[in-house]
Ligand binder design. Structure first.
Ligand code: CA
Ligand code: CA
Length: 580
């Protein structure tokens, strides 16, 4: 017997031997070591990002650029109900079960061979929740006997993965203050690590670590300077230095929501979390760099202490949340092998940093146009274009300026992929701009805190979306695929020389990883804004993705969204394979 099941069995034997009589996880199921090994174990998908480094790369090559044109559905499973909103989840696949989260904080377990539903959990949400950008959820985390996900009322729920029964349920933050949660949790060393959402309500971004078995808080790290962190119930130092980059009391409602979660690099033992926009949007109300908003942070998983930071948009004035995934990778730069990390930011630049210390290596434009800056200097500071910042409003609506990218970003939440075969990053990007103006605003708990208005605009006749292959060593775009509607789904790349992503028009598509040639597409019946995955089961390779149009674009896209108003809603898991 070969394949993933045998490998899993031998793994269990090895752990039992190493630990003596007591197995590492009493209830069975994925261990810390399994999660860290997820990128290499092709028989399962245990983590958001398909590995803690979130490369979204599988070495599987049974489905490849030579035969993907023959790929067909194995089955589809509906999420049912009347709650058909954006389905942005990435499936988790383990031991014959596919776990997916759905809109309105639901979690489903489907049989991975037949698509039959095993159980469904619906969070009971209060009336007053304040999700900014649709009622989405991006995925679950699995550990031992548990499957864990975050809910729109800013809670974290652990369910028994076999029955769907609640094991524990903890509050991350108070939804009445504007907090919510949509990201997939990250599990490292027996801790569930989460961020928070609510950057449009003047919340304070934070990263929390909880005991995976009990849900009890281990450490709490606010990401805005001046706020106190905790470790095991005790104070553990202020973040940054009070009033260094914020004036007066503005840091108390400073934003910086960590709403997309994080990645973990076993190599440097660092967590990487991105932080959202400073609050309010109107930058004239908060002079200074406003640390640590719109930044990438490296955090010590044992203590929650910030080890380094790099701010992608100092003193942001365009809602350029810096939350995007920071992906560790190794490459040789100028003849020197380096431990690097990359992030494609909402502000339109692709950043490469030394991940051991946060040192700036390069920033490469990956969109058609950036009006707010024309590049970065060697110290990693943007060369601002002064006229690109919307002016102070006085006591009425300020003068609008045209800005690009739009606040929905050169790239938004949808995760990119990194191929170890081609050495390229595959970025789901969008080319669009906006008219933006500032307005007066005062902070009020639980109310929108923008002080700005906007209208999104197209900047090209033939597309908004563009899937781009970026060479991180040179900053060159090696190929691009243009899509009429904005791209809003994640990317997967494989050892079969393939790149997969979905479109709002309803297709899951496959491209040649080296050339960008479109090789296959399938119409799923609603827009695809989820993240595809692949795994091996019973000797065959499978690909799965969620279908269900929604997310921020139809809610915030204005004139641009009207062009896509005829896309039908839905809610389904689609699973594909080659015919036998
Ligand atoms: Ca795996
Ligand atoms: Ca934001």
């Amino acid at each position: 017997m070969k394949g993933p099941i045998m490998r899993a069995l031998s793994g269990v034997a090895a752990i039992t031997l190493a630990m003596g009589a007591a197995p590492l996880v009493a209830q069975g199921g994925p261990t810390d070591a399994d999660l860290m090994n997820d990128a290499k174990s092709t028989g399962d998908v245990l983590t958001y990002g398909m590995g803690p480094q979130a490369h979204r790369f599988s070495s599987l090559n049974a489905i490849n650029s030579g035969n993907v044109a023959k790929m067909v559905p194995a089955f589809s499973a509906s999420l049912g109900g009347e709650k058909q909103r954006g389905q942005e989840a990435q499936p988790i696949v383990y031991d014959g079960t596919i776990y997916v989260t759905g809109s309105y904080s639901r979690l489903f377990a489907f049989d991975a061979r037949t698509g039959e539903e095993k159980w469904q959990y619906d969070a009971r949400l209060p009336d007053g929740i304040m999700p900014c950008c649709d009622v989405v959820n991006r995925g679950a985390a699995i550990y031992g006997d548990k499957i864990i996900f975050a809910t729109l009322d800013a809670r974290l729920v652990a369910l028994n993965r076999n029955t769907g029964k609640v094991i524990w349920n903890k509050q991350i933050a108070d939804y009445k203050e504007g907090y919510s949660a949509t990201a997939a949790p990250l599990i490292v060393n027996g801790m569930v690590i989460t961020g928070n959402s609510g950057g449009e309500f003047g919340v304070v971004g934070a990263v929390d670590a909880r005991d995976v078995n009990t849900g009890e808080l281990i450490w709490h790290r606010p990401v805005i300077e001046g706020h106190m962190g905790t470790l095991k119930g005790k104070d553990n130092g202020i973040t940054g230095k009070l009033n260094a980059t914020w004036q007066g009391d503005l840091w108390k409602s400073g934003g910086g929501a960590t709403w997309l979660g994080g990645t973990y690099d076993p190599d440097t033992n660092l967590l990487f979390f991105g932080t959202g926009n400073p609050a309010p949007w109107n930058s004239h109300l908060r002079p200074g760099d406003n640390l640590y908003t719109a930044s990438t942070l490296a955090i010590d998983p044992a203590t929650g202490v910030i080890k380094w930071h790099y701010q992608t948009t100092p003193h942001d004035g365009w809602d350029f949340d810096g939350v995007n995934e920071f992906i560790p990778f190794d490459a040789t730069i100028n003849g020197k092998p380096m431990k690097l990390g990359a992030k494609a930011d909402r502000n339109g630049y692709f950043f490469v940093l030394d991940r051991t210390n946060g040192k700036f290596i390069g920033a490469h434009k990956f969109v058609m146009q950036t009006t707010w800056a024309n590049g970065f200097n060697k110290n990693g500071k943007p060369n601002y274009i002064v006229e690109g910042r919307p002016p102070a409003p006085g006591d009425a609506k300020g003068k609008p300026v045209f800005a690009s990218p739009s606040f929905l970003g050169g790239k938004n939440w949808m995760p990119m992929a990194y191929s170890q075969d081609t050495g390229l990053f595959y970025i789901p990007s969008n080319d669009w701009g906006m008219d933006i103006w500032n307005e007066p605003i005062a902070y009020k708990k639980g109310a929108a805190y923008l002080g700005a208005g906007f209208t999104i605009k197209s900047i090209a006749d033939d597309h908004i979306g563009a899937l781009r292959a970026m060479d991180p060593k040179t900053g060159k775009i090696m190929w691009e695929y243009k899509n009429k509607a904005p791209l809003w789904g994640g990317v997967l790349t494989t050892g079969g020389n393939l790149v997969f992503t979905g479109t709002p028009e309803g297709f899951l598509k496959a491209f040649d990883a080296k050339t960008g040639q479109e090789l296959w597409k399938f119409q799923t019946g609603s827009g695809v804004v989820g993240s595809p995955v692949t795994w091996e089961q019973d000797g065959e390779q499978y690909v799965a993705v969620m279908s269900g149009w929604g997310g921020a674009v139809p809610l915030w896209g204005g004139e641009v969204a009207k062009s896509f108003k005829d896309i039908n809603q839905g809610g389904a898991l689609w699973v594909f394979k080659l015919p036998k």
